[in-house]
Design a protein. Structure first.
Length: 318
């Protein structure tokens, strides 16, 4: 059967998108045998370390899938439904494989608790996918609007390309702003969370905010299922309101394993990020680096444009 080039490219994409999943599955087979051997020998596992290894491998696989998906730009236009279904499908399969490995870390858990782990993983995945989808929509929509504007103005191809890249840059910045601003809302939705209600802990938080001289923000306790993750962090912009309001998060394990004096030091550390405007500075640096990179790319492209052969110019405008 003689297949068209676009269909061949689609099949190549589907094959390529399966490679990270197969590699991850093979690695998890080794990982599960390793866990079984360790438990069979009666050794005590460092659950934090093993969980980091597993989730680190899962993150690398997810990034590989995202790179393959984003690199297949023509296919995302011509076969957007199939490409998106393949991307999401491989991520869901990866999550199922990863959930099975996480169950190995907790062999004494009841079935309901294992189901909770898997459900929590799917919940986190769905919210992350929604965030990625919104981000990509903003980038592509902004670039398309600027490209249509360039066409309507009748600009020359080089200027049209520059304007399209500028639209993409503004879309990236807008997507980053929305991602940073919605982070507290996304965390609350993707994980089991509840607002701090313990009077003693509330008093400790108020005291720390008062010492730092910054207004108090909402504080939440997140409880990942069967987790020994000790962590605290701040998310969102300081001036956010409503669903964009900033928040501070603590894992239940952190509150359980640290003393009041230790918690005070941790809280003061997190509050210092607000007092010193670290989140805003971090965001500004990210946007600045993106802007400089895009400007540099535009300048290089503008200087190289007259030197490019006509067929390469035509290809770059597709």
């Amino acid at each position: 059967m003689d297949l068209s080039p676009s269909v061949k490219n689609l099949l190549a994409y589907l094959l390529a998108s399966g490679i990270p999943l197969v590699a991850f599955t093979l690695w998890t087979e080794y990982f599960q045998r390793y866990i079984a051997e360790e438990l069979g020998d009666g050794r005590r596992l460092d659950l934090d370390r093993e969980m980091r290894r597993l989730r680190g491998a899962g993150l690398y696989t997810l990034c590989s899938q995202a790179i393959i998906y984003l690199a297949a730009s023509p296919l995302r236009i011509d076969y957007w439904g199939i490409a998106a279904a393949a991307f999401i499908g491989t991520l869901l399969l990866q999550q199922k494989v990863q959930a099975a490995c996480e169950e190995r870390l907790f062999p004494n858990s009841q079935k309901a608790e294992k189901t909770k782990i898997y459900s929590a993983g799917i919940r986190i995945l769905i919210w992350n996918l929604l965030g990625i989808a919104v981000y990509l929509f903003m980038v592509q929509t902004s670039a398309l609007i600027f490209a249509l504007a360039a066409h309507a103005l009748g600009l020359a191809p080089p200027l049209s390309l520059v304007l399209t890249m500028l639209g993409g840059l503004l879309g990236i910045i807008g997507g980053l702003v929305l991602t940073f601003a919605l982070a507290p809302f996304q965390i609350r939705k993707s994980m089991d969370s509840r607002q701090v209600a313990d009077p003693e802990f509330i008093a400790l938080l108020q005291n720390c905010f008062s010492k730092a001289g910054v207004p108090a923000i909402d504080c939440y306790i997140v409880e990942p299922p069967i987790s020994t993750w000790n962590n605290a962090w701040v998310a969102g912009f300081a001036r956010g309101r409503g669903i964009f309001k900033p928040a501070m998060f603590f894992t239940q394990s952190l509150l359980r394993n640290f003393s009041t004096a230790e918690l005070e030091g941790i809280i003061l550390h997190e509050v210092s990020h607000l007092a010193l405007k670290h989140l805003r500075k971090r965001f500004s640096k990210t946007v600045g680096l993106l802007a400089l990179s895009t400007i540099g790319l535009v300048l290089v492209g503008a200087l190289a444009w007259p030197l490019l052969p006509p067929e390469v110019r035509a290809l770059s405008l597709l």
